[in-house]
Design a protein around this ligand. Structure first.
Ligand code: LLP
Length: 426
């Protein structure tokens, strides 16, 4: 459930009329609901009840400082994939001791900074990375806590670009090699085995792949235990899907209940802390992208609604053919309904936000693209020299600008023209 609803024909985010957000900050504009973010986060913590757990929100889904700060205050840990994400977490007031570091190619400087601030765990994705981490930790006189990210070779049944747990994906250590790599880790002086990790993909709408992955991890844990290698936590990654259209993904409660049930058959499981790295299921439906219709352009074979947001602002439809609901914000004026491709101003045929949508709209109307709180702003670019949109967080009847609209001069702030002498040759 989220907090974006129509009241008297006008779409609201919590108690804020979204037309007033557009008036205050212009369009395109991202709007997040604080209550929805908090609700989605608590769905996880409540579902896990008394079982030891840590919810490490996947920063990549929405890295705005206001989002991170809110979740930090609610007790969240964070899953990061770069030193940039780490610094964001620290600036937002997150606790480094609750940070896990994922990603296939952590740089030495990134490892060093994470060791310096004392993160909870590195999710190591290869033998080479383990060796690099041991060396970096040795250089700093530190011991790095590690989990190996195991690739359990299960089909997550999701879009191929966001499926990560199959053998032919670049992620993780193949499950049958993991035991040997654990043995190597256990023998290293500057590495401490802390956990076992996997992440099999994103936007999963069924429980069975998660349970299959868990079974494979438990078999490995058994083998490790027999070899005298104990782990303190099991990190099951993120991946729980959200309803974009008519999907009916499991709720965090169903997800956690089935996992806990499966886990309870494993001796000693009550001492195993469960970590999750949810991103989308916390942030996606906590956000919308507001955009204004510039022109309605009737065509011979189809009609276009040309809006002021584009693929550079929200790339999911163009990149994954993702479907996101598009709603008129103010439905009080009578309008004729027609079928439109909702497209942006960018010079690409792939620049669309939605295709074949039935909409009752006129030029100048405000639209909301739903489910835009995750993998929205974070994937935005400046393509076509378009400044990135502002981000606003609504909270009850208040709205807070949590990132201002980029200015044109921000776009070239790091650039220079060639010096005159370099131009001499023409
Ligand atoms: N942990 C790891 C190691 C991950 O790679 C990811 C997402 C997550 C956690 C969070 O997964 P979530 O709970 O959000 O499904 N840009 C794509 C999604 C890419 C997901 C990448 N990894 C999209 O817009 O659909």
């Amino acid at each position: 459930m989220d907090h974006f609803d129509y009241r008297d024909g006008v779409l609201h985010g919590e108690d804020v009329d979204l037309t007033s957000v557009a008036e205050a900050f212009g369009t395109p504009c991202y709007v997040y609901s604080k209550a929805t973010l908090a609700r989605h986060f608590r769905a996880y913590t409540e579902a896990l009840g008394g079982h030891p757990h840590l919810i490490c929100y996947a920063v990549k889904a929405n890295a705005n400082l206001a989002v991170l700060g809110l979740l930090a205050r609610l007790g969240a840990g964070f899953d990061i994939v770069s030193v940039g994400e780490l610094e964001r977490v620290l600036v937002a007031g997150g606790d480094p001791a609750k940070v896990v570091f994922s990603g296939v190619a952590k740089q030495e400087n990134e490892m060093a900074r994470a060791l310096e601030v004392g993160i909870k765990c590195f999710n190591v994705e290869s033998r080479a990375e383990l060796e690099r981490l041991d060396a970096v930790a040795r250089g700093l006189g530190k011991v790095a806590s590690v989990s190996l990210r195991v690739n359990p070779d299960v089909d997550a049944g999701t879009h191929p670009y966001i499926s990560t747990g199959l053998k032919d994906n670049k992620f993780g250590i193949p499950v049958d090699e993991a035991f040997e790599v654990y043995r190597q880790a256990a023998g290293m002086d500057n590495v401490r085995v802390a956990g076992l990790d996997c992440h099999i993909g994103s936007q999963l709408t069924e429980l069975s792949p998660f349970l299959d992955a868990l079974d494979r991890l438990l078999a490995l844990l058994e083998q490790l235990r027999d070899a005298g290698i104990e782990v303190e936590h099991l990190d099951l990654g993120g991946g729980l899907g959200v309803p974009y259209q008519d999907e009916n993904p499991p709720q965090p409660f169903d997800y956690a209940t089935s996992l806990l049930e499966r886990l309870s058959r494993w001796p000693g499981s009550e001492r195993l802390t469960l970590l999750f790295e949810p991103g989308r299921s916390i942030a996606a439906n906590a956000g919308v992208l507001l955009t204004r219709v510039e022109f309605l352009k009737p065509g011979e074979t189809k009609n276009f609604a040309i809006v002021d947001a584009a693929m550079n602002d929200l790339i999911r439809p163009a990149l994954y053919q993702a479907w996101q609901a598009i709603l008129p914000v103010d439905t009080r004026q009578p309008r004729e309904t027609d079928t439109y491709d909702v497209v942006g101003p960018v010079c690409e045929t792939g620049d669309f936000l939605g295709k074949q949508r039935r909409l009752a709209i006129a030029a100048g109307d405000l639209l909301a693209v739903r489910s835009a709180g995750a993998y929205g702003f974070v994937m935005a670019s400046n393509y076509n020299s378009r400044p990135r949109p502002p981000e606003v967080m609504v909270d009850g009847d208040r709205m807070h600008l949590v990132r201002r609209r980029e200015r044109l001069e921000d776009l070239w702030a790091g650039e220079t023209t060639l010096p005159d002498d370099a131009m001499a040759g023409g």
